[in-house]
Design a protein around this ligand. Structure first.
Ligand code: PRX
Length: 666
């Protein structure tokens, strides 16, 4: 959401009267009580020390936080640890090797259960393989895999040898892989022949090949491509570079002696969209990140590792997969389900079938999925036994109260607490969320900052807004899982997050929020040019750059328009070049389809505009700035706002006529 639309959202927010406190039994057994808020408020750093001690450290830290070079933080200074030991070995050493870490369910129905003891062997062998392929501590490894156990194993193997992983979502294009491999300087790419999706194996290795072909001779940093066999796709191998996972990994020793790394050793880079066309490599390090993901997974989901079966439906390619499939749950010794495919394959009850089959107790998913299930109808989940569920989580975008209520009643049988968790790739871990054993949740509100976290809503002058007021969400104190920077771009890091409220030292999240009459927080969406499509961040500029890279396009303006299922949807307005054919210039189906596919090729299918409208002019101010606010009005079928600053006010009439003629609908 942008500044203009979030501001209008502030005034018409619902007055929500409904409250859902935990049952006395839930509260009684909960991992955290209200005391946690108090103890964290009394001594925040001592609180984080306690959380860090939930991990195994090789060497204790000497200082909890060094903020002297703010905004460049160091947490648990001088401490050393190994993230993979914390996620795997220590559970085996404690006698829990037989506990299932991962119940894997492939889309075609193949299954694989991996215990912690088995996971230890898989990680050990993969770690040896990485070393054999020349990967060293401090190197970067790109991972482009479907949702299969090898994705988790690869990430942990990198962590084990102190190399940073850069996971690239399997839906991203060759260009996106190339950009990320170049920026991170990845030495190795781990991929597969493909992954199952909607009954077919989609190709991955060929996309990596296409990405690596973009390098000139001698330019590629990638020495090897390691290929997991998942489907039966034919793949072409480049001699000397490409290797089968099974050939390199399976022969390795099943034991791997870990090294221990500094708490600030990079754990991963994950690219996310900013307001420019170039994605930002968000850098996370080891000790603070692991501390907070483990703590929040324990606190916000009330995880009981002995009895819970946890399922996070995110993809490993996003931060939710990193923090709440890999590092948080495994650090806590959880048993979890990993599912490869889509929710409607082979039928629309697949998720609920999995809940029933594995006796899932904790489910973490996204509002866009919940709204899709609502659309499919309550009779579908009704066919399955969902009585094992005891807690439901939501993440990725604001959850509207209707979806929240449906989730609670239809999926949660009106007995499960719903936790709406606000956080970002940059925050690394959950920041704002109910504590399920404490909070009387309100449908649609993420409620309060978790114990140990300090958030506020401020106006442009950095003044906290009073209850009932709206403004910008800021984080007022550093937190352990905070990003440590943007990979190789300190300046952009400072500028993006720390310059807006530099005097106060606040982190600017880029989200609008409101405090209600009780001081509880309601997230309202982005205030910058970042769109949120099904919980995924895509910048308007990225899509605009992709569009103008097509030879027929002269100029493009992209906005995020409200969408009932995906939260926001991409709507593009394009001006074609003079060389465009008459048919193209008429904005017919052919050019629209071609441009949508072009964007998918440049960025990935998630960035395909829902609508593209070919226009003769774009609304611009006299200084030439495109007025996206007006385009959003058109895209959301609203009457058009103030046009007095337009250089040519007739432009908007033409555009809205084009929109209402429906020509742009795909
Ligand atoms: O706008 C907020 C929205 O998603 C953005 C972060 O996106 P990303 O880094 O891709 O991480 C998504 C998963 C953590 C935020 O700036 N967002 C995330 N969770 C919520 C949310 N908006 C409202 N409510 C949430 N619970």
């Amino acid at each position: 959401m942008t500044e203009a639309s979030s501001q209008s959202g502030l005034s018409n927010l619902l007055h929500e009267e409904r409250r859902f406190p935990p049952t006395p039994e839930f509260a009684e057994a909960a991992n955290y009580s209200a005391d946690a808020y108090e103890s964290a408020a009394k001594d925040r750093l001592a609180f984080w020390d306690t959380q860090a001690r939930r991990l195994d450290w090789h060497r204790e830290w000497t200082e909890t936080l060094d903020w002297s070079a703010a905004p460049f933080a160091q947490w648990f200074v001088g401490g050393t640890l190994n993230a993979s030991v914390n996620c795997v070995d220590r559970h085996v050493a404690a006698g829990r090797g037989d506990r299932v870490a991962i119940h894997f369910e492939g889309e075609p129905g193949d299954t694989r259960s991996i215990t912690y003891a088995e996971l230890a062997v898989l990680v050990a062998q993969a770690a040896h393989a990485l070393t054999e392929l020349g990967v060293r501590t401090g190197d970067r490894v790109a991972i482009y895999l479907p949702m299969i156990p090898e994705a988790v194993v690869s990430m942990l193997a990198c962590a084990r040898i102190g190399a940073a992983h850069s996971v690239i979502f399997g839906g991203f294009s060759a260009q996106a892989i190339y950009d990320r491999v170049v920026d991170a300087g990845a030495k190795l790419v781990i991929t597969s022949d493909g992954g199952w999706r909607r009954g077919k194996v989609f190709p991955l290795k060929p996309v990596v090949d296409e990405a690596l072909e973009k390098f000139g001779p001698g330019e590629s940093p990638v020495a090897h491509v390691l290929v997991v066999k998942r489907g039966d796709n034919e793949v072409a191998f480049t001699e000397g570079r490409d290797l089968w996972w099974s050939d390199v990994v399976d022969k390795q020793s099943k034991h791997h002696e870990p090294e221990f790394f500094d708490a600030e050793n990079p754990l991963f880079i994950l690219y996310t969209s900013g307001t420019t066309g170039k994605p930002k490599g968000i850098l996370h390090t080891t000790g603070g990140y692991l501390t907070q993901v483990a703590y929040t997974h324990h606190a916000a989901f009330d995880l009981k590792p002995e009895t819970d079966v946890y399922w996070c439906t995110a993809d490993i390619g996003w931060v939710t997969g990193h923090s709440y499939i890999v590092y948080g749950p495994l650090a806590n010794g959880a048993t979890q389900v990993i599912y490869e495919g889509t929710p409607d394959t082979p039928h629309q009850g697949r998720f609920w079938e999995l809940v029933q089959k594995y006796g899932i107790t904790i489910l973490y998913t996204a509002p866009t999925a919940i709204r899709t299930f609502m659309k499919w109808g309550a009779d579908i989940p009704a066919k399955f036994d969902l009585s094992s569920l005891r807690l439901l989580g939501s993440v990725g975008e604001p959850i509207n109260p209707e979806a929240w209520m449906w989730y609670r009643q239809v999926i949660g049988g009106d007995r499960c607490p719903v936790v709406d968790t606000w956080w970002q790739t940059e925050t690394g871990a959950i920041m704002i969320s109910p504590l399920p054993g404490v909070t009387a949740a309100k449908p649609g509100s993420a409620m309060r900052a978790l114990p140990g976290i300090s958030a506020d809503v401020v106006d442009d002058q950095a003044q906290p807004v009073p209850n009932g007021g709206g403004g910008l969400l800021v984080l007022t104190e550093p937190w352990p899982a905070m990003l440590r920077g943007i990979w190789r771009d300190d300046e952009r890091f400072v500028e993006t997050y720390w310059s807006r409220f530099a005097a106060q030292g606040f982190y600017f999240a880029g989200d609008g929020a409101k405090k209600d009459e009780d001081g509880d927080l309601w997230l309202l969406g982005r205030v910058d040019d970042v769109m949120n499509i099904s919980g995924h961040r895509i910048s308007t500029t990225e899509v605009e750059s992709a569009l103008v890279s097509h030879p027929a396009v002269a100029e493009a303006a992209v906005v995020g328009a409200t969408d009932p299922t995906t939260g926001q949807a991409i709507v593009a307005f394009v001006i074609l070049r003079g060389s465009a054919t008459e048919e193209q210039a008429a904005g017919g189906e052919q050019i629209v389809t071609e441009l949508r596919n072009h964007v998918a090729k440049e960025i990935g299918a998630i960035a395909k505009p829902r609508q593209i409208l070919v226009v003769a002019e774009l609304p611009k101010t006299r200084s030439g700035k495109i007025m996206r606010r007006l385009l959003r009005d058109v895209a959301e079928h609203r009457s058009i706002g103030d046009v007095t600053t337009l250089a040519d006010s007739s432009v908007m009439n033409l555009i809205s006529q084009g929109m209402s003629s429906g020509k742009a609908e795909d």
